[in-house]
Each structure stands twice: as structure tokens, then as C-alpha cells.
Design a protein around this ligand. Structure first.
Ligand SMILES: [Zn+2]
Ligand SMILES: [Zn+2]
Length: 89
């Protein structure tokens, strides 16, 4: 029977297990070895720092850490927010 209410202690333990890790490393000390990325950006899994773009799953940051790439017509564009670099080469 899975319709039974869970004992509150078990439910608390489960909630805790589902929470994002609370013992994140200090970003200043972290070497950002474990990274996760998607179309929105890249974040460090160990300290939670946004490393590129808006961070993994666009959750961490409201501003984009631009990562510019050269396009075929030799202009620089951010791969995450598609901002065109104002810097000319
Ligand atoms: Zn890190
Ligand atoms: Zn950007």
C-alpha cells in the first residue's frame, strides 16, 4: 500500500535528501572541478558559482557572464545571451 501517510520523521528525512546540498564549498577555495552546463550556462556543482552565462539551468544568476565566440562573419557573440561584443577586434 503506497497511499498510506508517511511517518513525519521519514518524510523529513526524505525532504532533506531532496534539498540541494547545503554544504557547498567556499567559492574562493573551490577549484571548480565538477561543472555542469546547459544552453543557459555553466555552474560549479561544488560551490554553486556561476562560471559561464546564467549558470546551470539558468537558476543562479540574473546577469550573464559572457562567453564570446567568433562567428563566421568575424563578429563576437555570446553563446548564452547572444549579446554582440562591443569590442572590435
Ligand atoms: Zn566551484
Ligand atoms: Zn552573455
Amino acid at each position: 500500500m503506497i497511499s498510506k501517510m508517511m511517518p513525519s520523521e521519514l518524510r523529513q528525512a526524505l525532504n532533506k535528501a531532496l534539498e540541494p546540498s547545503t554544504d557547498l564549498q567556499d567559492p574562493k577555495k573551490c577549484k571548480h572541478k565538477r561543472k555542469a552546463g546547459d544552453n543557459f550556462g555553466v555552474s560549479c556543482l561544488d560551490c554553486g558559482s556561476v562560471l559561464e552565462g546564467y549558470g546551470y539551468i539558468a537558476k543562479r544568476s540574473k546577469t550573464c557572464i559572457h562567453k564570446y565566440v567568433l562567428t563566421e562573419n568575424i563578429s563576437k557573440i555570446c553563446i548564452y545571451c547572444e549579446d554582440l561584443s562591443s569590442n572590435t577586434l
